[in-house]
Write a protein that binds this ligand. Structure first.
Ligand code: PMP
Ligand code: GLU
Length: 396
């Protein structure tokens, strides 16, 4: 078939591909230990599920306004005030079918062909693909392990040209879990103001922050920075609602109107029932978030303690999200379990899956060769066996 250039050159999501491969192996009877997909293993909290049932039973089963019901927009504004002391209005908000869709819409609404978008590495797989899909050019800014995976202003400046339209930030980060220091966020914001570029701040993991770490919404960094900032968030990660597909964009009312127009032609509206469930998530009791975070913290500590026991693995401590992103390059060229020798992270993941039935995602997918990502959003028993197997695999 003759596909459009945009789709012909599009790569499938590497995280979803790795998860699919692991699930297929599992279905064929292989005992796979799966740490690929970044999604909470918890069921959505009960009061949120109840709100969805109530919405269905009371007939909230019709189309809604394209950008979401006003009650959800108000709930997003209330949550911004509660969580960040940030005052925004419903006209600053549009709800979409998951944060991935929100990002796609912002890029589609804002990019002209050939516009450059700065993306610090390691970056979430979909960023570069979505930029390209919207006609833009992803420009990677390397942030190394030695730099704690935080991009320096010098490196950002070195990649900035007169075609640069925007910089995408993600703190806490997928895949590293790294939280940018607030000073760095402010400096990046000031740089954006100076260069007249936009900041697209993906804050989907902002509620999954471990004790001792701190993050802030980019919109709280002062009026000038806020005027050039677009924030992405959603319910997927904080409320274990990945399947409900609700995400949102906070930004200038003109941008929100443009995305509303796009969405009205594209998907009509996000699922009505999920919207009412999301209102309950945002306005209901928040202890479910801290309970899940407490569980993630135990898994994080356990995973990191096990990784520390393995010689020649290194990592930057994740302050948020539920990923361990570690450097396995010292094992390249060495004999691993089953006599296997690899020289890159993608082959490393394939060999680990074949020899030890442990599924991780290659760092190559995140613009970070030599690294692999382990999602610890799974129970300690699975983590224990998986990490035992990883250690055995590395021991050769
Ligand atoms: N941004 C980041 C950094 C993510 O890891 C994800 C994971 N899915 C998303 C956005 C998209 O989330 P959603 O499920 O709401 O589309
Ligand atoms: N964001 C999650 C991940 O990185 C879910 C999969 C996806 O949307 O890519 O694994």
């Amino acid at each position: 078939m003759d596909f459009s250039p945009a789709v012909a050159s599009l790569k499938p999501s590497a995280t979803i591909a790795a998860a699919t491969k692991a699930k297929e192996l599992k279905a064929s009877g292989v005992d796979v230990y799966e740490f690929t997909l970044g999604e909470p293993d918890f069921i959505t909290p009960e009061h949120i599920r109840e709100a969805a049932i109530e919405a269905m039973n009371s007939g909230k089963t019709h189309y809604t306004p394209a950008g979401g019901v006003i009650e959800l927009k108000q709930a997003i504004c209330e949550a911004a005030l509660r969580d960040y002391n940030l005052s925004i209005k419903p006209e600053n908000v549009i709800v979409s079918n998951g944060a991935k869709h929100s990002i796609h819409n912002v890029l589609t609404a804002m990019l002209h062909p050939g516009d450059e978008v700065l993306i610090p590495t390691p970056y979430w797989v979909s960023y570069s693909a979505l930029v390209e899909l919207a006609g833009g050019v992803p420009v990677l800014v390397t942030a190394s392990e030695e730099e704690g995976f935080c991009p320096s202003i010098e490196n950002i400046a070195a990649k900035t040209t007169d075609r640069t339209k925007m910089i995408m930030l993600n703190s806490p980060s997928n895949p590293t879990g790294v939280i940018y220091p607030l000073d760095l966020m402010r400096q990046i914001g000031e740089f954006a103001v100076e260069k007249n570029i936009y900041v697209l701040s993906d804050e989907i993991y902002d509620k999954l922050v471990y004790p001792g770490w701190e993050t802030k919404c980019m919109l709280t960094m002062g009026d000038e920075i806020a005027s050039r900032t677009i924030v992405i968030n959603g319910v997927s990660k904080a409320y274990a609602m990945t399947g409900w597909r609700i995400g949102w964009t906070i930004g200038d009312p003109e941008l929100i109107k443009a995305i509303n127009k796009l969405q009205s032609q594209q998907t009509s509206n996000p699922c009505s029932i999920s919207q009412y469930a999301s209102i309950a998530a945002l306005t209901g009791p928040q202890d479910c978030v801290s309970q899940m975070l407490g569980e993630f913290a135990k898994r994080r500590d356990y995973t990191l303690s096990r990784l520390r026991e393995i010689p020649e693995i290194s990592f930057v401590e994740p302050g948020g999200a539920f990923y361990a992103f570690f450097n396995v390059s010292k094992y390249f060229g060495k004999t691993l379990q089953g006599g296997v020798v690899v020289d890159n992270a993608t082959d490393f993941c394939t060999a680990l899956l074949e020899q030890a039935q442990v599924a991780l995602v290659t760092g190559d997918a995140f613009g970070a060769p030599g690294f692999v990502r382990l999602s610890f959003a799974t129970n300690i028993e699975t983590l224990t066996v998986g990490l035992d197997r990883l250690a055995r695999f590395l021991a050769g």
